[in-house]
Structure formats: C-alpha cells, structure tokens
Design a protein around this ligand. Structure first.
Ligand code: PMP
Length: 304
C-alpha cells in the first residue's frame, strides 16, 4: 500500500503519520465499527468518485443497522471524501471511510464510547492483480460459511463481520488460490470474501439474491443496470456449487475488484478457461461508466 499524506479525522485534516488511535479504542477490541470502500477514477473532465452518494448512504445504513449514533449528513461526508482526494493530490485511488467506537467504554456496551469518523485515501491498483483482471483468477469454495442474517447483518459493512471474510481469504491464499467463494448456511452460493458473484449460462446471467446473505454491492447493482440496458437477461436466483462448476462464465464484482473474471473454481476450468463474452462486456461497460465515457451514466460520477 502506498502512503498518502493526509487523513480526515473528525472534521480535521491530519498528517498521515499522526492519524493514530488509543490502544483502548472500543472498535479495536470488538470490531464495533462500520466502513466503506470507494474508488475515484481519472476521467476526461478530471478526477471523479464513483457513486459516492450510494456509498455514503450505505455507510449511514450500516451505522443505523448497528445502532451507532452518527450525526453527520450524507452531504458533509461526501464533501469530506472529495477533500481527502484533493488534499492527497490523487488522480485516482481508493477511499476508506470508517465510523468507529473510540474511547470511553471497554465492556460490551459501547454506549459511553465516543463515536469517531475517519477517511483515508490512497493509490490502489487492481485488487486481484492486473493479470487477474486480464486472464481471470483461480478461486476455491471455502470451508467457511458466510455469516448469516441470524447472527450478523450481511447487508451492513460491519468491521467485526469481516473476520469471516479474513478466514476465507487466508484459507484460499494458504492453499494456493487467489480468492474464496463462500456458501451460506443453507449451502447456496453467497459471494466472495469481498466481492459479489455472477454466473453466465446460455447467454443469461445469474447472481445470488440479497436474501442469500450477501452484501448489496454497488458494483453488482451498476453492472446489472448497465447490462440490462444492453438487453442482457439477469436473474437473481440461488446458485449451488454444481451450478458454478457447470457455468459458461463466472466473474466477481466489487469496488476494489471491479469486474474480475474467474478462470477456475476448485481446480476446474470454467467454460473455455478464458474470460467469456458477457464477462468482457461487463468489464468494458463498467470501465466506461467509471471513467466518464458513458454519457447516460454521468450522474454516477462526483467530480472532486
Ligand atoms: N461483498 C462483500 C462482502 C464486500 O465486502 C464487498 C466490497 N464492499 C462487496 C461484496 C462488493 O460491494 P461493492 O460493489 O459495493 O464494493
């Protein structure tokens, strides 16, 4: 990770090395925080943040889901994100807002702890590698099941819930794969450790529904919107492990991962073993949308 220069902390711009927290920060002990991951892109009209409002609205929903009292307006935090990108002189990069319980409580009731907000931004290339974006990645089905709505809030980005993703990711890397796909407690496919999944079969796209315990991904929604506008049929439906093995194409979507093809699942090649036509179409349309080349989706961009 490349260090940037400035982090926004509770309304102040703080030099990178001074953006520190105390050892007794509640969120450090119990994961009592919520966050977002957002990208800014170079466009012909300058740097723009992709679907910033949707990300900050999801952040606010995450605070509500976990009962974190948070006084900011969505517009204030959107402006803070633009400020961080400007202050770091970034033309493109990744933006990480975090709302966390800080000092003031050390038991499980965080009510007495101060709620703090920080926003960092830095340069970040392809999350699953340039080679992965071009030729596809190798994934495995995790032995870990995705957190369920009976224990957590899968549609929220709660920091503590990411220990589940970390277990799956570590297992995938340790056993020689690039990424993990998780089944849910019902045995249906949910998603990757930090990405949503799409499957192509006979020219139709399928993706697990929100009720499969996935995050309601903003890239997922964007890709669905872009492809449906091109006449591609997309069905939100439960998928099994067998459906993946028999797929013509598979790809992942996420702010960090963008649109990443999957070339193998559990050592079985998918389709031809090369990124297929619907995957390429999703990649191209998404790349055009984020870089301001699609006039019809200019309202998804927030210029810094
Ligand atoms: N699922 C999980 C578990 C994630 O952490 C992410 C990344 N935020 C995604 C899916 C993709 O969501 P988005 O497209 O909104 O980045």
């Amino acid at each position: 990770m490349e260090n940037a220069t400035t982090i926004w902390m509770d309304g102040e711009m703080v030099p990178w090395d001074d953006a520190q927290v105390h050892f007794l920060t509640h969120a450090l002990h119990y994961g009592t925080a919520v966050f977002e991951g957002i990208r800014a892109y170079r466009t012909p009209d300058g740097t723009a943040i992709f679907r910033l409002r949707e990300h900050i609205e999801r952040l606010r929903r995450s605070t509500r889901a976990y009962g974190i009292p948070w006084d900011y307006d969505v517009d204030e935090i959107m402006e803070a994100c633009r400020e961080v990108v400007r202050a770091n002189g970034l033309e493109a990069g990744y933006i990480r807002p975090l709302v966390f319980y800080a000092l003031g409580a050390i038991g499980l009731n965080p009510a007495a702890a101060e709620v703090r907000t920080g926003i960092a931004a830095w340069e970040w290339g392809a999350y699953l590698g340039d080679e992965g974006i071009r030729n596809g990645i190798r994934v495995r089905i995790s032995t870990w099941r995705r957190i369920s709505g009976q224990s957590f809030i899968p549609v929220a980005k709660g920091s503590g819930q990411y220990l589940n993703s970390v277990l799956a990711k570590q297992e995938a890397i340790a056993t020689g794969y690039d990424e993990a796909l998780m089944l849910n407690v019902d045995g249906n496919i949910s998603e990757g450790s930090g990405e949503n999944l799409f499957l192509a079969r006979d020219g139709v796209l399928f993706t697990p529904p929100i009720s499969a315990g996935i995050l309601d991904g903003i890239t997922r929604a964007s890709v669905m919107d872009l492809l449906r506008a091109e006449g591609v049929e997309i069905r939100e439906t439960n998928l099994t492990r067998g459906d993946l093995y028999a797929a013509d194409e598979l790809f992942l979507t996420g702010t960090a991962a963008e649109v990443t093809p999957i070339r193998e699942v559990d050592d079985r090649p998918i389709g031809t073993g090369k990124p297929g036509p619907l995957t390429r179409q999703a990649q191209e349309l998404y790349a055009e949308a984020v870089t301001g080349k699609l006039e019809s989706r200019r309202d998804w961009l927030d210029y810094v």
